[in-house]
Design a protein around this ligand. Structure first.
Ligand code: ATP
Ligand code: MN
Length: 466
């Protein structure tokens, strides 16, 4: 729409342009009529949370025929002059000289009424929910966070690597995988009663990736510091407020880096993400603080300067076994630390974030480096108050024989990972990395309770509409 040159509302509201003539385009949030032959139209174009108030007077040629009929959801083009607003709640307003309705919205049918809707309802109208305050704010914060991810790594010389979405390997057995096939499911060729994948597209099993880590390791062991940031898929049937079938993951991988270096980067990374959002998304963060979680800004501000307590899994188990509260899951050396334990440590013991390291080898994936004690691996989990684990990572096993032994121990077929093993045969080097679930991050930063509300189009069991 070259001819439709417009001013974004976020710029119009900055009050620098007072007196100038501008054109804005957006969607009507509300409209009310005043007695003196005026209409007040609140227009939002998504560039910021605040609406621009448009004053439309009855001198407009289409006032009676169109302007009076404008309702919530219509899209409009308004040309007028930007004036300092005498009214409360806004600095500027647009005195319309021309209003064009670009698209009508039938009120009977339009699902977004002026009243507040539940998030559950809004999930059923995912094609319209970005027009609400909350989902607009989530989209802008999500955008800022992805920029912050790239900025953090790019500033430090990390290369962005695109790892494949379709994969032949089942990383860590991180979760059930989605199979990829072009076979006609109505007539799958069988061999010994099982699908004969030799005639399938890839002539063998293929899946949607659960993690880009193994491929990122390949690039780290050639280029030094790299990261992936892409979609991952898990066919786990977990209907929780923290799980999606399709989610985005950030996975840096650093060559010549041990666990200490890994912890350092992970903590600096989180702090920089929180700072970025606090600085760049003030209006949206104020909104979340007011309507979603009244402590969110204070929490993020505190985390920017707080020390991340570091302790080993074994030390954590000692603390937990002395706890006076009763946990649902048992606390014994060798069993996994559950979210309830993580939250107890952060909220009750440390009153702040923590990094747990050196977990028992039997509860961690094959690629984590075995410690000299033979019992633990160089794993690290970064824990935050309220949500528990936000980052999981490790120093990777760089010794060929140990890695092979760990594959066998955990039931991974070494033949399928011949290329991964070869990295340890040719110029192996210490290296480390971690994974951050991007939606968990957006959830934490916005305070949104359900992960389905921080991704534009959530994929969950039984739900792939939109
Ligand atoms: P959880 O115990 O919460 O299922 P996990 O141990 O399976 O997590 P990892 O395999 O370590 O998680 O994956 C790395 C990160 O990806 C996690 O820290 C989390 O932030 C995120 N994550 C894992 N599974 C999901 C999911 N189904 N939906 C959204 N994010 C996820
Ligand atoms: Mn999981």
């Amino acid at each position: 729409m070259g001819e439709l040159k417009r001013t974004r509302i976020v710029n119009a509201l900055s009050s620098e342009g007072i007196g100038s003539e501008i054109t804005v385009m957006g969607w009507v949030r509300t409209k009310r009529e005043s007695k003196g032959g005026f209409s007040f139209i609140e227009v939002n174009d998504g560039s910021c949370l605040t609406n621009l108030q448009v004053i439309a007077g009855d001198q407009l040629p289409n006032y009676a025929t169109e302007v009076l009929k404008i309702q919530t959801g219509c899209s409009v083009k308004v040309t007028g002059s930007l004036l300092a607003s005498p009214g409360k709640g806004q600095n500027v307003e647009l005195k319309a000289e021309k209003i064009e309705v670009l698209g009508w919205a039938d009120q009977e049918a339009y699902p977004l009424q002026k009243k507040r809707h539940s998030f559950e309802f809004l999930r059923t109208v995912a094609h319209l929910r970005p027009r609400t305050n909350t989902f607009g704010a989530v989209a802008r914060v999500r955008n800022a966070l992805s920029m912050a991810v790239h900025r953090f790594f790019q500033d430090r010389g990390f290369l962005y690597v695109h790892t494949p979405i379709i994969t032949g390997s089942d990383c860590e057995g991180a979760g059930a995988m989605f199979k990829v096939t072009t076979l006609d499911l109505a007539k799958v060729p069988l061999i010994d009663g099982r699908p004969d994948l030799r005639s399938d597209f890839f002539e063998g099993p293929a899946n949607l990736t659960v993690s880009g880590q193994l491929e990122a390791e390949v690039y780290a062991l050639a280029l030094g510091d790299v990261y992936t940031f892409g979609p991952t898929f898990r066919a786990e049937n977990s209907n929780t407020p923290r799980h999606l079938a399709e989610f985005w993951m950030v996975e840096p991988e650093m060559a010549f880096c041990d666990l200490d270096g890994n912890v350092e980067i992970a903590v600096a990374f989180l702090k920089s993400l929180f700072s970025y959002v606090l600085e760049r998304c003030q209006e949206d963060m104020n909104f979340f603080n007011r309507f979603i979680d009244p402590e969110i800004i204070a929490t993020l501000e505190k985390l920017r300067s707080q020390e991340f307590r570091r302790l080993t899994y074994t030390e954590a188990i000692e603390i937990l076994s002395k706890a006076t509260v009763s946990f649902e899951f048992p606390v014994t050396w060798g069993s996994d630390i559950q979210a309830e334990h993580e939250r107890y440590l952060c909220e009750k013991v440390f009153a702040g974030p923590a990094v747990l390291t050196d977990y028992p080898r039997q509860i961690k994936p094959f690629y984590m480096k075995v410690n000299p004690d033979g019992k633990t691996v160089r794993a690290m989990d970064v824990l935050l108050p309220k949500i528990g684990e936000i980052i999981g990572g490790s120093q990777r096993e760089d010794d060929y024989d140990t890695l092979l032994e760990r594959m066998k121990e955990t039931g991974i077929d070494p033949a399928a990972y011949w290329w991964y093993l070869e990295l340890r045969k040719f110029g192996t080097a210490p290296h480390s990395g971690f994974g951050l679930g991007f939606e968990r991050l957006v959830q934490f930063v916005t305070g949104m309770a359900n992960i389905r509300d921080v991704i534009p189009f959530p994929r969950t069991p039984g739900n792939v509409t939109f």
